[in-house]
Design a protein around this ligand. Structure first.
Ligand SMILES: [Mn+2]
Length: 309
């Protein structure tokens, strides 16, 4: 039997829904984890084939999966190649990311299926920025044909993403077969009551978080929130002016740890520092996310402040 292991965001859900059929099961890691726990590996080992979609899984986890099953990775992240894994990833073969803007697009091409799912993943990963890519003309043609606006595409993305922002792993997983089954996917997403309710609650929390008092130390904005939802990246993105550093700390998502999120011109060295301190951390040039035990959180912020100024 086949297992589809996928990212929890819109691109991951859409890629998995494209790959899904009656004979497959799907799962997402614990939301926020880019690795698998021993428990998860144990459960996964009953499958003889594993598809991994849009998930930059840690190489240790990937190596464990190759030992127990055939593994095929559908992705557009640049990752290290692991022996024995089959990759469907044009980006790794030097293709441009504007040509393959999402995993869903890659899966769609592989299956020769071009529907709303292949486009939604791309809108999810790029949001407004997709308009600046050469992919946009394809998207426009599709939207015109289907009578769907870009605003509605963004709305669908935020409804699908509401599941992981609420920290609801079960609902993320359920969404895959729901989309696969839906006759009119756009209508199904836009009219999903539960997801609309999620979205409303999340928006409220984001506004509350942004209004929360902040401290400014040497021009660096630091905001501490206490929110049960996984909204830290959205809050940091809205606070960031594209230049000055912003630090957001959420003490309310995990029981024992804080989420620490930094946006700034270049945070690559902060990711390194977090790893050296033994924390789970990741990100890109402008973004760092780390998970830090609550009692070490203030000390970590101090260290960040020392390093960036
Ligand atoms: Mn993606």
């Amino acid at each position: 039997m086949r297992l589809i292991l996928h990212h929890w965001d819109t691109d991951g859900i859409c890629s998995a829904a494209l790959l899904y059929n009656e004979e497959s099961k799907n799962m997402t890691p614990i939301i926020g984890n880019y690795f698998l726990t021993d428990d998860e590996i144990e459960r996964i080992s009953q499958f003889d084939e594993i598809y991994i979609a849009d998930l930059a899984l840690h190489e240790d986890s990937l190596k464990k999966l190759v030992e127990v099953a055939r593994v095929k990775v559908f992705d557009h992240h640049l990752t290290k190649k692991i022996d024995g894994v089959e990759y469907i990833n044009p980006i790794m073969n030097g293709k441009e990311e504007e040509e393959y803007p999402s995993a869903s697009w890659i899966v769609g091409e592989f299956l020769e299926k071009e529907n709303i799912l292949s486009f939604l993943g791309a809108v999810g990963d790029w949001e407004e920025r997709i308009k600046q890519t050469k992919f946009y003309s394809k998207l426009q043609k599709f939207m015109k044909k289907e009578g769907i606006s870009f605003k509605e595409m963004l709305e669908m993305v935020s409804l699908l993403d509401s599941n992981y922002k609420m920290g609801n792993k079960k609902e993320v997983e359920k969404a895959v077969s729901m989309l696969w089954k839906a006759d009119d996917i756009a209508n199904f997403i836009l009219n999903n009551r539960k997801w609309r309710e999620n979205k409303r609650k999340i928006e409220k929390e984001i506004i509350k978080a942004i209004d929360e008092e902040e401290i400014i130390i040497r021009g660096i904005r630091i905001k501490e929130i206490d929110c049960p939802y996984n909204i830290i990246s959205t809050v940091a993105r809205r606070l960031w002016n594209g230049k000055e550093y912003v630090i957001v700390v959420n003490k309310g998502y995990f029981e024992k740890e804080c989420q620490v999120y930094v946006r700034g011109e270049n945070v690559a060295h902060l990711i390194k520092m977090a790893h050296q301190l033994g924390y789970i951390a990741g990100g890109k040039k402008n973004v760092m996310g780390a998970i830090v035990p609550k009692q070490e959180c203030n000390e970590f912020i101090e260290k960040i402040l020392e390093v960036i100024k």
